[in-house]
Design a protein around this ligand. Structure first.
Ligand code: ZN
Length: 348
């Protein structure tokens, strides 16, 4: 496929076989794909290593497990002896991306590059370790329609983020929209996405037709867009849609997208259009369902194909509420609270 190709109508996967966990695969000159296992249903994450004249840049770091630390130690013994690590970049604060960032930056004595909102939010979540769930948070999930048992389960698991994420350094190197950074001898533009996490960093090299997209653009699964108790009035779905439109303007279909999950692909605009269409269809179905007053927990069968259990309840709740907030901001639904529980209904 060349830059002169006509409009693409489907995705292209130039590397159909992912490397085995812990193995490096060179996708472009000096740019390596490193897969790490994940101890959750989504069983892998893609990390990126960039080799330059003077050393390596690392993008994303893996969940904080002994298995992943062993992988990093082996990669270091094979690669970082002759060329040191120059910096660590983290796209966003979710444990699979930031888990070992603090550990790696300490071991290699290098700076951590992140956006400000991701850095501060990660510190906030780490500060909850060993704390009880605050009233604001239990009230939030009560309003969503959690049962007593579900509320207890939430409280019992509160503050677990610190089990998956090593502590962060107390200083960082800020990345923001429009910045240019030199990583592995390539110049990358920072593009910020919103909706999945507060200030998600994507790295774009127009010259080399490459985009490291993190979770902001994935080929097959859709990223979670949730409202969280710390910002209960947020409208992350509309922010996500705005970010999709922005990426669609900026990233041509011939760019090789390097996502955090799934396979590298070409066809960014095709995928973004698909996602935006699916979201709008889901919103329409939800609106029809809200003919009668509905709690957030009632909306799950409309929005999700998979069964909702304790392990994915919080994501489903946040995402269900995100859809309702989006419809509310567009003037299509209203909410009424009865005994602390929100009931959402279509405005006729
Ligand atoms: Zn994520």
């Amino acid at each position: 496929m060349s830059m002169a190709d006509p409009i693409t109508t489907e995705l292209h996967f130039p590397f159909p076989d992912a490397p085995a966990p812990g193995q490096l695969f060179e996708v472009s000159d000096g740019l390596y794909w490193l897969r790490m296992p994940l101890p959750i249903r989504l069983n892998h994450i893609n990390l990126w290593l960039m080799e330059g004249e003077s050393g390596f840049s690392i993008v994303d770091t893996g969940w904080a497990t002994d298995e992943n630390i062993a992988i990093w130690e082996r990669v270091a013994a094979e690669r970082f002896v002759s060329k040191p690590v120059r910096e660590i970049v983290v796209t966003h604060m979710h444990p699979d991306h930031i888990g070992l960032a603090g550990w790696l930056s300490k071991v290699h004595d290098v700076e951590l590059f992140m956006s400000r909102a991701e850095y501060l939010n990660c510190h906030l979540l780490l500060s909850y370790t060993h704390e009880d769930a605050p009233e604001e948070a239990t009230g939030f999930y009560q309003a969503i329609g959690y049962s007593e048992a579900q509320l207890h389960n939430y409280q019992a698991h509160f503050g677990k983020f610190g089990q998956f994420v090593r502590s962060l350094p107390h200083a960082y190197h800020r990345l923001k929209e429009g910045d240019e950074v030199l990583l592995g001898d390539r110049r990358w533009q920072v593009i910020i996405g919103e909706g999945h996490s507060p200030e998600h960093v994507c790295l774009y090299s127009p010259e080399h037709r490459l985009l490291i997209s993190g979770d902001q653009l994935l080929p097959s699964i859709s990223s979670n867009t949730s409202v969280w108790p710390s910002e209960p009035h947020a409208n992350p779905l509309e922010e996500w849609l705005a970010s999709c439109r922005k990426l669609s303007r900026l990233i041509p279909d011939d760019v090789l997208v390097l996502p955090a999950h799934g396979l590298p692909f070409r066809g960014a605009r095709v995928r973004l259009e698909q996602q935006m269409r699916e979201i709008e269809e889901n919103l329409e179905q939800l609106l029809t369902f809200c003919d009668k007053p509905r709690r957030v927990v009632d909306t799950f069968p409309v929005l999700f194909r998979s069964e909702i259990t304790n392990s994915n309840l919080m994501m489903a709740a946040g995402e269900g509420l995100a859809h309702l907030h989006c419809l509310q901001a567009r003037g299509r639904v209203q909410v009424e609270y009865r005994d602390g529980v929100g009931y959402w209904q279509r405005i006729s």
